[in-house]
Design a binder for this molecule. Structure first.
Ligand code: AMP
Ligand code: ZN
Length: 460
């Protein structure tokens, strides 16, 4: 079944055609590791993970590449403030980032590339741009001449007057700037004392790369001059992705990206997330507020990736309740024996595929799963099989839930049931004796509001 993708470049949904049959290359802009990721960043990474999983579900061989920006203005500045080396700073935040990916069940991209490991490729690309006369040297660095790239700004739908030589001669050395003011941007920043120990030797002078060239050079290195899909948040459309197109297409003379996929922003309590506003939330902050990372993942899927979302603790707690119900339903289906149902006329697998292949429509895929859960004409066994299958995309870890349950032998479960009965009848002596019996066999029992949970005893 054809996968429909909304392409930022055309502003439309397009049927996906891979460069090579059954294969897809995906490049995702990764984190700048000068701080812990916030929950807005994590929204974008979860949406990237879903795209990757959907392609795998469709039988594609996926090569997912992500960069780690471990050298730029922000990382250098922070390492100096903290009086530690750039490497010490960036490795620390990189580790925290990878831990967040694990907590959210985001599959680690097949290649995670550090910018500092690819300076050579960046220097090569800048040299080509200099040779072609599209880049030029000033006293503080090498700049890209946007007036020399036809179609500059097509992704961001910028209207640029190529005859306006005053604007087109302006330059910006900062990596981030406003769409209202497109300017020649820095490919290489010559060494200045404020860079401290951080510099690389290049034929055109000692210094360090600009942020935009990092992704052009690394994506070409990992996936070739033309790539199937490039992802990021909507804030990257300008200037970052706009500049990536200009650099890559000028250097390679090939079309750079076939499908641009951008994830919309997350606001917090209807406001943009910012440290100064005190609403800059990390995964650990929402865990402290009683939200599990996987419930957060579930909540993210209740909105389409191209719609802005508003984070409130109440909204995510509501989603957490639904998420727990979903897990409970899954567990319950595993306990059903002897059922008599008419067979369902619906083909849930095909319906699921239609939803996810329609521009990765996760809210509808989730809604379909709830229809399945409530459908009395589908056998419990079949529901389990379908939910496990859909979970290859959802990533809720249902397989682990099942394995955990299977680790509890039937006789222990039977003892726990008898104990539960005793507890309900307030036969405390009997229920205590049964608890001791269960514990002596290496299991633990925890009473919950309505029932109980058994787990293997942790002897560590
Ligand atoms: P950064 O580390 O700032 O380069 O951002 C990492 C990724 O998160 C990029 O793809 C950004 O576009 C994305 N991003 C940043 N802020 C948000 C937000 N509030 N909501 C969704 N995505 C975001
Ligand atoms: Zn990038």
């Amino acid at each position: 079944m054809l996968i429909q993708i909304h392409n930022t470049l055309s502003g439309q949904k397009e049927g996906f055609k891979p460069l090579e049959e059954n294969k897809v290359g995906i490049y995702s802009c990764g984190p700048t590791v000068y701080d812990t990721a916030h929950i807005g960043n994590l929204r974008t990474y979860v949406s990237n993970d879903l795209i990757r999983r959907i392609f795998e579900y469709n039988g594609y061989f996926v090569k997912h590449v992500m960069n780690i920006t471990d050298i730029d203005d922000k990382t250098i500045q922070k390492s100096q403030e903290k009086k530690i080396s750039l490497e010490e700073l960036t490795r620390h935040y990189e580790t925290l980032f990878i831990a967040d990916l694990h907590s959210l069940n985001i599959l680690t991209p097949n290649r995670v590339l550090r910018a500092t490991d690819h300076i050579k490729e960046m220097i090569e690309m800048i040299s080509i741009l200099l040779e072609k006369g599209i880049a030029y040297q000033t006293k503080d660095g090498i700049y890209f001449s946007i007036g020399l790239f036809k179609d500059y700004g097509k992704l961001a739908k910028l209207k640029i007057d190529a005859t306006d030589t005053t604007t087109l001669k302006e330059r910006i050395s900062n990596d981030e700037y406003e769409k209202e003011n497109p300017r020649d941007f820095a490919l290489w920043k010559f060494y200045s004392e404020s860079d401290g120990e951080v510099f690389y030797e290049a034929p055109f002078g000692k210094g360090r790369p600009g942020w935009h060239i990092e992704c052009s050079a690394m994506s070409t290195w990992a996936l070739g001059p033309t790539i199937d899909i490039h992802t990021g948040g909507t804030d990257l459309i300008f200037p970052h992705h706009t500049n990536e197109i200009a650099q890559s297409e000028s250097a390679t003379e090939e079309h750079f990206v076939n499908y641009w996929v951008h994830c919309a922003f997350m606001n917090v309590n209807d406001d943009k997330m910012a440290k100064s506003k005190g609403n800059f939330l990390k995964l650990s902050d929402i865990e402290d507020a009683g939200i599990s990372p996987l419930a957060f993942r579930y909540w993210l899927m209740t909105s389409h990736y191209r719609s802005q979302v508003n984070f409130t603790i109440e909204a995510v707690k509501g989603a957490q309740t639904a998420f727990i119900r979903l897990i409970e339903a899954f567990v319950r289906f595993g306990e059903v024996t002897n059922e008599h149902v008419h067979s369902s006329s619906r083909n849930y697998k095909e319906e699921f595929l239609k939803k996810i292949n329609d521009d990765f429509n996760m809210p509808e895929a989730l809604a379909l799963t709830w229809e399945l859960i409530k459908d009395h004409s589908v056998e419990a066994k079949e529901k389990i099989a379908l939910m496990l299958d859909f979970d290859k995309v959802f990533g809720f870890g249902l397989k682990a839930v099942m394995d955990m349950k299977e680790e509890i032998p039937q006789e222990i479960r039977a003892l726990a049931e008898i104990r539960e009965e005793a507890r309900k009848n307030k036969e405390w002596e009997k229920s205590d004796a049964l608890r001791i019996e269960i514990e002596s066999r290496g299991f633990e029992i925890k009473d919950t509001d309505e029932s109980f949970q058994i787990s293997k005893k942790n002897f560590s």
